[in-house]
Write a protein that binds this ligand. Structure first.
Ligand SMILES: C[S@@+](CC[C@H](N)C(=O)[O-])C[C@H]1O[C@@H](n2cnc3c(N)ncnc32)[C@H](O)[C@@H]1O
Length: 272
């Protein structure tokens, strides 16, 4: 396990995924009944962009730094508010990972489970989220957590799957865990983030997911098409059981996101 997210924290792919995460979680707040979140690949939860590893790649400069320069549209406000609050309204030094974002949305009856396998990253995660009775911290395989924790006591929930893609069969692991997860929690919302490097692998993933015969499926892709971007330049998010009208919200805002990132040749896909 060599992957450490600190090198990539706050990059354009993080902004894309975390912004969509805030849109999903805002929908959960529309009902009073409690919800459950499982973050299968949690990372450490809070990233210090002054850390030498973040500074080495500077990936956040083409992501969150760009966004903060703009007066954003209403649908980005909650995400930006979370980033700003973490930095107490001052200059950005800390960037929120998915556990921090999920925690921000919890009401008293809601629950969050965070799985992180890397021992050092798990120790940091523990430090960041210790003694919170609403949060379960699991130093275990995130896919095993899907099997162990579903269905949740709360009748609704989000399973956020954001693996490092270090192993060549990561897409297969995701599909297998979706089979298990959907059997146990068929009406749950499942959101999967993935890099788009090899189009053939992604196409295969899409057809494997389609074969699961899921009624409601949303695919979102963002392509930077920026030759100077010295990092991953395309990624996607697949959402099973997406909330109503999320597709329209994404279509309305993704052109803005490309503008904020200053990707003049950037493109996006939103497909039901
Ligand atoms: C892309 S990062 C997660 C970032 C995080 N979701 C966020 O948005 O802030 C992937 C994380 O998964 C961890 N990891 C790798 N394999 C895992 C596994 N099988 N189960 C759980 N965590 C794993 C890595 O150590 C890494 O911290």
């Amino acid at each position: 396990m060599n992957y450490r997210h600190i090198y990539h924290a706050g990059n354009f792919a993080d902004v894309f995924k975390h912004w969509i995460l805030t849109l999903l979680l805002q929908k959960f707040l529309e009902k009073d009944t409690p919800f459950f979140i499982l973050d299968t690949h949690a990372g450490i939860g809070i990233y210090n962009l002054e850390h030498e590893n973040a500074k080495k790649t500077q990936e956040f400069c083409s992501g969150i730094t760009k966004l903060l320069k703009h007066k954003v549209t209403a649908d980005f406000k909650k995400y930006i508010e979370i980033v700003n609050n973490l930095n107490s309204g001052g200059e950005m030094q800390l960037y929120p990972g998915s556990p921090y974002i999920c925690n921000d949305f919890l009401r008293s009856g809601d629950r969050l489970a965070l799985a992180e396998l890397h021992p050092e990253d798990f120790a940091s995660l523990e430090q960041n989220f210790a003694d919170n009775p609403q949060i379960s911290l699991l130093n275990q395989d995130g896919y095993a957590a899907i099997k162990a924790l579903l269905p949740p006591l709360q009748k609704r929930g989000l399973i956020f799957i954001d693996p490092p893609f270090e192993v060549p069969n990561e897409f297969d692991l995701i599909v297998k865990s979706l089979q298990t997860g959907l059997k146990r929690f068929g009406h749950g919302v499942f959101a999967i983030w993935y890099p788009i490097k090899d189009r053939k692998l992604v196409k295969r993933f899409y057809s494997q997911v389609k074969a699961l015969e899921i009624e409601k499926l949303l695919t979102i892709e963002i392509h930077a098409n920026a030759p100077t971007l010295n990092q991953l330049s395309s990624c996607g998010m697949l959402i099973i059981n997406p909330p109503w009208q999320l597709d329209a919200k994404l279509r309305a805002n993704l052109p803005q996101l490309l503008k904020y990132f200053e990707f003049p040749h950037g493109t996006y896909v939103v497909e039901n």
